[in-house]
Design a protein around this ligand. Structure first.
Ligand SMILES: Cc1cc2nc3c(=O)[nH]c(=O)nc-3n(C[C@H](O)[C@H](O)[C@H](O)COP(=O)(O)O)c2cc1C
Length: 284
């Protein structure tokens, strides 16, 4: 059974797996590995993003003409508008700008021929994103690692968003296993937006000690403590999910990651396992 969705063909990838754009974890090397494995590899620019850092990660892409995406944080882009210029000039297959409710960037991206997405925490936000021109919406559940407004769990959110918008929907939050990938695809998602599982990969920018914590950790918690200490201007209702008692970003699926893998292995395990699980229904 081939694991693919119509959105995969639309965007030019083979399997319905996107590596979430994670500041400090998802650089050009990880994006290249995920895209070579058939998914959509994304470069993530987080709270500390600069145009120079984005250029640096773009230079790390192994295939300059390959498929890749870029993810920015809205309030950071508003402070450093050149980030959007650099991102659009790189002609990503998908541009994500999350954690804002201002949409002037959508028209600029579309004029540049770039498809756009954003992560949404509730159904009303999904409608607003679709109305604003998002080509695909990411339903990002409260289980997810890193920042997000923890409004709803992934499955309830995904079901509501799928009913509410016409555009394709990706599911994010807690997808660290083939079972979770199968679940969101069976529900109707066009793909999964996977953070924590790729943050723990060999190709990520995650430091060695933080990776070891990810591979040993099981419990997570929401906090704004580290953002406040760093002076980052995150809205008060957008905390980050971290390993309990640690600043390492991680989603609730972290306990299923027990050994270090390359990104291609993660993609293969997720997709082969999901295809097998879904095949139990179709008899193929
Ligand atoms: C280490 C890490 C860093 C993250 N950084 C960002 C970021 O810079 N921008 C962003 O839009 N989302 C970021 N996220 C959130 C992801 O986009 C996504 O919502 C989340 O990883 C999905 O849940 P999962 O971690 O359970 O797969 C980050 C997540 C992690 C784990």
């Amino acid at each position: 059974m081939r694991l693919s969705t119509p959105w995969c063909a639309e965007i030019g990838i083979r399997v319905p797996v996107v590596n979430a754009p994670m500041g400090g974890a998802a650089g050009g090397r990880l994006a290249t590995a995920v895209s070579r494995a058939g998914g959509l590899g994304m470069i993530g620019m987080g709270s500390a993003a600069t145009p120079a850092a984005l250029r640096g990660e773009l230079a790390e892409l192994g295939d300059r003409d390959g498929v890749f995406g870029i993810g920015l944080v809205h309030w950071v882009m508003a402070e450093r508008p050149e980030l959007l210029d650099v991102a659009l000039a790189a002609r990503p297959r998908l541009l994500s700008v999350s954690f804002g409710d201002e949409w002037s960037w959508v028209a600029r991206a579309h004029e540049a021929g770039v498809r756009v997405t954003t992560q949404v925490p509730d159904v009303e936000s999904a409608r607003r994103a679709a109305d604003a021109g998002a080509d695909v919406v990411v339903a990002r559940g409260a289980e997810g690692g890193g920042h997000g407004r923890p409004a709803m769990g992934t499955l309830a959110l995904l079901a509501g968003v799928l009913d509410a918008v016409e555009v394709p929907v990706l599911a994010a939050g807690g997808v660290t296993s083939a079972r979770a990938l199968a679940a969101v695809l069976a529900a109707g998602a066009s793909g999964a937006w996977v953070g924590t599982a790729f943050a723990a990969c060999t190709e990520s920018l995650t430091a060695g000690d933080a990776r070891a914590e990810l591979l040993a950790g099981t419990q997570t918690e929401l906090t704004s403590e580290h953002d406040i200490a760093a002076g980052y201007r995150w809205p008060a209702d957008i905390p980050e999910r971290v390993l309990r008692g640690s600043p390492v970003n991680a989603g609730e699926g972290v306990g299923l990651l027990r050994r270090q893998s390359g990104a291609a292995d993660v993609v293969a395990q997720l997709c082969e396992g999901a295809a097998e699980l879904l095949g139990r229904w179709t008899g193929s």
